[in-house]
Write a protein of this length. Structure first.
Length: 257
């Protein structure tokens, strides 16, 4: 990125042991969106993820151990605010999120604080079956009522957020499993943020093997219910948005003179 001004929206890619896919993913994004900066948060990888990402042209922040997607994204949000970006879009490092859809999801921020790239909104042929799909449908139905608008894919990690949402996220973004999608969305809505969804097409991961089984699907269903209950029980008081000053992010206090 050098010393040039930020491009506006920062692409943040959390990555854990994605050496097989991340290089091609970054190159594909740079081909479609050459004007957007890319930050890879290496979440304690034990392979060459960080080196390959840097060689492909991304800025890389390395975490000393694995924090999960929530912890990695909070790192990315803090980086974006500190460096003057107007928002962030989260993109998977395994190539599932198509670069051609990035601009569409970002345009959702014209009318909302959070824009979700939705898999089940009439575009593409992405499928989820069994308990996993049941959980997704239940979550979408309940959170749609909280949001006051129809949402079909509230567990999608392909989402953009503006500075208002960023400031809220950086205070409350959870690290728990599914919390980074479900809990964070409910808390943001309760704090006064608005949300929209954009129909997108997604593709299978471009390398590696997804971990799916009937047992893991059942666990997903149970955890989804628990996360939703905790999210709905959280209480947040809407407050006026104020852009944070440097050194006053996430309760860190002012920078000493």
């Amino acid at each position: 990125m050098g010393n040039r001004p930020p491009s506006g929206i920062l692409i943040v890619m959390p990555a854990w042991n994605e050496a097989e896919a991340i290089g091609d993913t970054i190159r594909d994004i740079r081909r479609v969106e050459p004007g957007m900066d890319i930050l890879v948060v290496d979440d304690g990888s034990r392979d060459d993820t960080a080196r390959i990402a840097a060689e492909a042209g991304a800025v890389v922040l390395r975490l000393p151990f694995n924090l999960g997607v929530g912890g990695a994204m909070r790192t990315g949000f803090k980086y974006a605010l500190r460096n003057g970006y107007s928002g962030v879009i989260q993109v998977d490092s395994d190539g599932q999120h198509m670069p051609e859809e990035i601009a569409k999801v970002v345009r959702g921020l014209d009318t909302a604080d959070i824009s979700i790239g939705a898999r089940f909104a009439g575009k593409g042929d992405y499928q989820a079956k069994g308990p996993r799909r049941w959980a997704m449908s239940l979550l979408a139905m309940v959170i749609s009522r909280v949001a006051g608008t129809r949402l079909t894919d509230v567990t999608s990690g392909f989402r953009a957020v503006n500075q208002r949402g960023l400031h809220q996220y950086i205070d409350h973004f959870p690290a728990e499993y599914l919390g980074d999608t479900v809990d964070s969305l409910v808390v943001a809505l309760k704090s006064g943020c608005t949300v929209t969804q954009v129909p997108v097409e997604m593709r299978p991961r471009q390398a590696g093997t997804p971990s799916q089984s009937p047992w893991k699907a059942a666990i997903y269903l149970a955890r989804s219910g628990l996360v939703l209950c905790f999210a709905l029980a959280r209480r947040r008081t809407p407050r006026d948005y104020q852009a944070p000053s440097t050194g006053d992010i996430a309760g860190e206090g002012p920078v000493p003179a």
